[in-house]
Design a protein around this ligand. Structure first.
Ligand SMILES: Cc1cc2nc3c(=O)[nH]c(=O)nc-3n(C[C@H](O)[C@H](O)[C@H](O)COP(=O)(O)OP(=O)(O)OC[C@H]3O[C@@H](n4cnc5c(N)ncnc54)[C@H](O)[C@@H]3O)c2cc1C
Length: 463
């Protein structure tokens, strides 16, 4: 029951194009620009058509037409994905959800946001904040990503250490199934256990089981204060050991991020302070809560960092300084992307106790496979972004061997090959390294049940 191969999809003929035009109207048909052929990975696929419906009934009609003519449909949000999930691997229609009935309603009585999928993540966070509420998930690409894309990939971010990932905030959904039916899942309440949890099945399914057309999201009160500190370390494993020491001392910060020196070199011009000498790694730690509590806690965390070997502590307390620092942190992957001929973003996650061991073995992998690995990410939850690069575009085979070796190591450490970016098209060949044949068979069975003709986002997740 493999997903259908390219030859099993029909091309988008002039007649189909005309019918799609009748469904979405002239304004709903977009030019196939470069942007729709790529995302933030280095993969590239050419769609035959790009549409941006304004209404849910148009999405439903498009899916019915796709079943009738068997052409592929690939949902797309902000296109910031790092796994090629929104790319038209089998051609067909790219379905942009950006223009779908834009709604971002904050219900401050019930602490719920009702949003359509094309809302940009940062805009939702700002809308909640304006009403004294907090939507915690903060993927670093939040100025580019949509809330639909975040739910489809179960996006994480720095704050997920304390607050959990996107899935922990999706109470319910409306979704157009591959067949064109519209289903409502979950609840508009903070609890609900009626039937199988369809919401959580759709969240993280990378646009392969349904098109998310509305989301009901949990909000929480906005923490009144945030305090931050930056700790510089002379070696990377030492910094990672400080992460476990911070947590071991009873602290649960709202972020513990790190950047190694290769990343810092790339974004030095954006930092709100000169880079300390002999710095191999910076830890960025933030706590949130009441003003007195965060001041006391950050002081205590500073002491832990010093005891763990930090050779310099810096602060970025003012709002502009913090903004500058986070902007630098968010810019890292884009600068790495632009700096190398080959760039593959892996977002492995290991148990907290294994992060220091993982970063210790990276130089050996760099040497053996002739790679340059930039490491940064969400140290607090063991989610290490390994940005694997090579300067020569003919080196791809060696790069892939290096990646497979690193992933094997991660799995030996009881880790996972992807903590938040998903499998998409980029990592599907590695799926059997982590999942058993029985698990893959079951998951393909679910896909078949939702999408008997295999037309929604084909070529993703399964090898
Ligand atoms: C600078 C940068 C930093 C990043 N940092 C993080 C990070 O900290 N944490 C993190 O998790 N990710 C991060 N990412 C990756 C990316 O931002 C996330 O994966 C994000 O959730 C993708 O959202 P998007 O709207 O851009 O989705 P897209 O890239 O457009 O699509 C991603 C997947 O979602 C599906 N999809 C999109 N919209 C819908 C919909 N409405 N219904 C069904 N399926 C849909 C697509 O088919 C595809 O499979 C980062 C990316 C960049 C460029």
């Amino acid at each position: 029951m493999d997903q259908k191969t390219n030859t099993q999809y029909n091309p988008v003929t002039a007649d189909i194009r005309r019918q799609v035009g009748q469904i979405v109207g002239a304004a709903g048909i977009l030019e196939i620009t470069e942007a729709y052929q790529q995302d933030a990975s280095k993969l590239r696929y050419q769609p035959e058509m790009v549409v941006a419906p304004q209404h849910v009934h148009q999405v439903q009609a498009l899916m019915r037409l796709a079943n009738q003519h068997r052409f592929a449909v690939t949902p797309r949000g902000g296109g910031s994905g790092l796994a090629g999930g929104c790319l038209a691997v089998h051609g067909g229609v790219v379905l942009s959800l950006r223009n779908l009935e834009p709604i971002c309603r904050i219900d401050s009585v019930n602490l719920i946001a009702e949003v359509t999928p094309g809302i940009i993540t940062a805009d939702l966070k700002a809308a909640a904040c304006a009403q004294g509420l907090h939507y915690p998930p903060d993927p670093a690409g939040m100025e580019l990503s949509t809330i639909g894309g975040n739910a489809a990939t179960n996006a994480g971010g720095p704050a997920c250490l304390k607050y959990g990932t996107t899935k922990d905030y999706v109470l319910g959904l409306e979704s157009v199934l591959p067949t064109g039916e519209l289903i409502k899942t979950g609840t508009r309440t903070r609890k609900g256990v009626v039937g199988y949890d369809m919401t959580q099945l759709l969240v993280g399914s990378e646009g392969t089981l349904g098109i998310l057309t509305k989301l009901f999201l949990k909000l929480i009160p906005l923490p009144p204060a945030v305090a931050g500190l930056i700790a510089a370390f002379e070696n990377l494993p030492q910094a990672m050991r400080a992460v476990t020491a911070i947590m071991g001392n009873g602290h649960l910060p709202s972020a513990i991020e790190f950047m190694d020196v290769k990343c810092l070199d790339l974004v030095q011009d954006l930092l709100p302070f000169p880079l300390p000498q002999h710095c191999a790694c910076l830890l960025i730690v933030e706590t949130d809560g009441g003003p007195d509590q965060v001041r006391t806690e950050i002081k205590s965390i500073a002491d832990v960092c010093t005891r763990s070997g930090a050779h310099q502590l810096l602060t970025a307390d003012s709002e502009p300084e913090r903004d500058k620092l986070w902007k630098a942190r968010r810019e890292v992957s884009l600068r790495i992307h632009d700096s190398a001929a080959i760039y593959v973003s892996e977002d492995v996650t290991v148990p907290l106790g294994a992060i220091a061991d993982l970063v210790s073995v990276l130089p050996a992998f760099e040497q053996e496979y002739n790679l340059r690995i930039y490491a940064f990410g969400h140290a607090g939850d063991g989610n290490i972004h390994l940005n694997i690069t090579a300067s020569d575009c003919h080196q791809m085979e060696q790069v892939e061997q290096g990646i497979a070796a690193i992933l094997r190591k991660v799995l030996q450490m009881q880790g996972t090959i992807s903590g938040e970016h998903g499998i998409g098209a980029a990592k599907k060949r590695y799926l059997p390294m982590e999942l058993s044949p029985a698990s893959i068979r079951l998951q393909k069975g679910i896909k078949q049940l939702f999408d008997p003709n295999g037309i929604l986002n084909p070529g993703k997740i399964f090898p």
